[in-house]
Design a protein around this ligand. Structure first.
Ligand code: FE2
Ligand code: FE2
Length: 429
């Protein structure tokens, strides 16, 4: 373990202990047995039946907080913090192994976050006179709980992982406002259920939340499953055609940059990138000899290769989750001017994902070369993209691609003139 991590953990344990002692001083005997047991039980159930587990590197407190909000309202800061710390225990040790310092760290951050949240709740509740319902206090307390919890987790990631990059942390924090808002409203729902209708409705609301969560969970599993399928398809494609090994993966990488440059929504970009990874899946139906032939292909052989986009589409068209974007596979060899295949559709009639893939696909061929032609240099590729803009390629996408190349996105992939000359010689047999 790194020294800074040790020091950080020691500090957190010590600080938590101090807060524990200070808070217990007045509050220890203000013990509401039924409420504490009830909330503790709810929290334990939620945390152990839930997919949103709070490990040291995962920032997700969205299901804990709504119950803690109820605790802010009915318990003092000490007991709210205690049930937050104990209620977040997960009994998954068999699966992940029990690591005492992680366990203690998690208890500490849940204790500290709830203690801070509860203090803010009580302070603001006393300060402002509410007509009826503590909307503001719940908001303030949730915010403080969130900030404390996530900031302490952020620090532990920073000190424990050397090569954590800023972008991944930034994207963590980008998700937080969404989580906070969800938690806030769920918390309000739970609190009003508790205040106005008692414990039974509170339990019903929790039950309802589980149904919703289960729904999301099964969606997520489906997505996972689908990524695994894609990955195994990728292996199949690569093993079929060694010459284009890694081609789909590279096209996907390029599509990722282009989608960002085109400012497509994240969901859309993710789908396009996933499809890019398997866009040539139809090649598994094409005869190996044709696919790997280094001699000139006959017309009928060429026609057979061209059918791979249709084969791929037909193979996958019954998978529900892919449905909307599958046309990308079918049309990834269509040209902007309508001279492509299989249907010869034109311009905007070609789905945007397919137009993006077309550029990336050609880019990869130019970059890596094929049995019939050597790779091209950076300059040659830019010229080619310019020349084919409006004919083969969508002009807007081609210009974005040129911009990406000029900005140096693919600089590590271009081959130098000397290397290409050598390669070109080996192509002449
Ligand atoms: Fe293709
Ligand atoms: Fe391709």
């Amino acid at each position: 373990m790194r020294r800074t991590l040790k020091a950080y953990l020691a500090f957190i344990y010590f600080f938590t202990l101090t807060v524990f002692i200070i808070l217990s001083y007045k509050n220890l005997f203000d013990f509401k047995f039924i409420e504490i047991t009830f909330l503790l039980f709810s929290l334990l159930v939620i945390n152990n039946m839930s997919m949103f587990f709070n490990s040291m590197t995962e920032i997700n407190t969205s299901m804990n907080l709504p119950v803690i909000i109820v605790a802010f309202f009915i318990l003092n800061p000490f007991w709210a913090a205690v049930i937050s710390a104990v209620g977040s225990v997960e009994f998954k040790f068999k699966k992940y192994g029990f690591v005492w310092y992680k366990f203690l760290f998690n208890r500490s951050i849940f204790f500290l976050a709830a203690a801070a949240g509860s203090l803010v709740f009580n302070f603001s509740y006393a300060k402002f006179n509410y007509p009826k319902f503590p909307f503001v206090s719940v908001a303030l307390a949730s915010l403080v709980y969130f900030i404390v919890n996530n900031f302490l987790v952020y620090l532990v990631i920073r000190v424990s992982e050397r090569d954590v990059n800023n972008i991944s942390l930034l994207s963590y924090f980008k998700e937080l406002p969404k989580n906070l808002i969800t938690s806030y409203f769920l918390g309000l729902a739970l609190l009003s259920a508790y205040i106005y209708f008692g414990k039974i409705l509170f339990l019903l609301v929790i039950l309802l939340l589980f149904v919703i969560k289960d729904f999301f969970y099964s969606r997520l599993q489906q997505l996972n499953f689908y990524t695994q399928i894609i990955e195994s398809f990728l292996k199949v494609i690569d093993s079929k055609d060694h010459y284009t090994e890694g081609h789909c993966e590279r096209v996907a990488g390029c599509a990722y940059h282009l989608c960002r440059e085109m400012e497509l929504s994240r969901a859309r970009a993710e789908k396009i990138v996933s499809i890019a990874k398997i866009h040539d899946i139809g090649k598994i139906y094409v005869d190996d000899n044709i696919l790997t032939s280094s001699e000139n292909l006959t017309d009928s052989e060429y026609e057979e290769i061209k059918r791979h986009s249709e084969y791929g589409y037909r193979l996958l068209k019954d998978i529900d989750i892919l449905k909307d974007e599958l046309k990308i596979i079918l049309y990834h060899h269509e040209r902007y001017d309508g001279k492509g295949y299989p249907e010869g559709i034109k311009a905007e009639a070609i789905p945007i994902g397919a137009r993006i893939l077309n550029v990336c696909d050609s880019f990869d061929v130019m970059l890596t070369g094929r049995s019939y032609k050597p790779p091209m240099t950076k300059l040659e590729i830019i010229t080619e993209l310019e020349e084919c803009s409006g004919s083969q390629f969508d002009p807007e996408i081609a210009s974005k691609m040129i911009k990406l190349i000029n900005d140096g996105y693919f600089d590590d992939k271009f081959k130098s003139k000397e290397v290409i000359k050598e390669l070109a010689l080996s192509f002449e047999y």
